[in-house]
Design a binder for this molecule. Structure first.
Ligand code: ADP
Ligand code: MG
Length: 285
């Protein structure tokens, strides 16, 4: 496998030891753990083969310039970038706690208190990115990573910003795992991809964390798309009977098909659900 991989950038190899540990494989990139030789500190190396850039390589530099300014506790920082003929190498913070996706699979679902804490952290990251003019466009539990392995580890958003360069229109619907369940109606209808797109995804994530399954369903992809565009979802009694009306009102405020009527990240953060859950968490022993 190594022989077929791209020849790494010499400066990168001089500064970092590239380990064999693959942290994850996404739609466009393979991510490996690397160690800064001078300190032994670990980082993540995201390797993007240029052939996936589909002739949009010229946009990459502008995007990278924006991304390298991102500094927020709930966003994975881009620290350094190397480029060869075949690939782009992005050095980022290491998120050692793994994907929210895997944690959710393990747990089944989260309590309201835990879900509110996680959703609030996602919103803080999204609020920051939106203020920087960055729309994520692919928010889902695979792109949310825990900083460390502790129970109360903070959550970090990854894989943002490059979507403009790496995807064109429908590509977002045909990603590797083929999970378009988090995509907003206006993306499916190809009529919009602004900040509200991320707010819809936050709504889908909140729903999914609370019950363990996604809100929109279909026998096949066309049926799924139809349900998303219609904004048709339910709170099945069996799974939702013990979940507060405030949680449902929070989700309902985001899963609104008309993009302009969704709250901004800042507005969503002031939803009373967060206050209620914070008070409850504080009251708990
Ligand atoms: P893609 O654009 O190909 O989807 P991602 O940035 O989402 O690439 O990375 C793919 C996977 O690699 C992630 O889902 C995650 O499991 C892992 N990964 C990405 N970045 C990091 C990181 N900074 N620390 C730890 N694991 C990471
Ligand atoms: Mg990804």
């Amino acid at each position: 496998e190594r022989a077929r991989g791209p020849r790494m950038h010499p400066k990168l190899l001089e500064l970092y030891e590239v380990t064999d540990r693959v942290l994850g494989v996404g739609t466009f990139a393979t991510v490996k753990e690397i160690k800064l030789k001078s300190t032994g500190q670990s980082f993540a190396l995201k390797i993007i083969l240029k052939k996936t850039l589909q002739g949009k390589g010229s946009m990459l530099d502008t995007e990278i310039a924006v991304l390298s300014k991102v500094r927020h506790p709930n966003c994975v920082s881009l620290l350094e970038m190397f480029e060869t003929e075949d690939a782009v190498y992005l050095v980022t913070d290491l998120a050692a706690g793994g994907e929210l996706f895997d944690q959710l699979l393990k747990k089944g679902y989260y309590t309201e208190g835990d879900a509110a804490r996680l959703v609030r952290e996602i919103l803080l990251g999204v609020e920051y990115l939106h203020a920087m003019g960055i729309v994520h466009r692919d928010l889902k539990p695979e792109n949310l990573l825990f900083h460390d392995k502790t129970e109360d580890s903070r959550l970090m958003i990854t894989d943002f910003g490059l979507s403009k360069v790496l995807t064109s229109g429908n590509d977002v619907l045909m990603t590797a795992c083929g999970t378009p369940g988090y995509v907003a109606p206006e993306v499916l209808e190809e009529i919009g991809h602004g900040k509200p797109v991320d707010m819809w995804s936050v709504g889908v994530i909140a729903y999914t964390l609370l019950c363990g399954y996604t809100p929109f369903w279909g026998e096949d992809q066309p049926a799924l798309f139809e349900n998303i565009i219609a904004g048709e979802y339910q709170y099945e009694e069996e799974y939702w009977k013990d979940i507060s009306p405030l949680a449902k009102s929070f989700i309902d405020s985001l899963l609104v098909t008309q993009a302009s009527r969704r709250p901004t990240a800042t507005q969503a953060l002031s939803h009373p659900w967060f206050r209620a859950m914070l008070d409850q968490n504080l009251a708990a022993p």
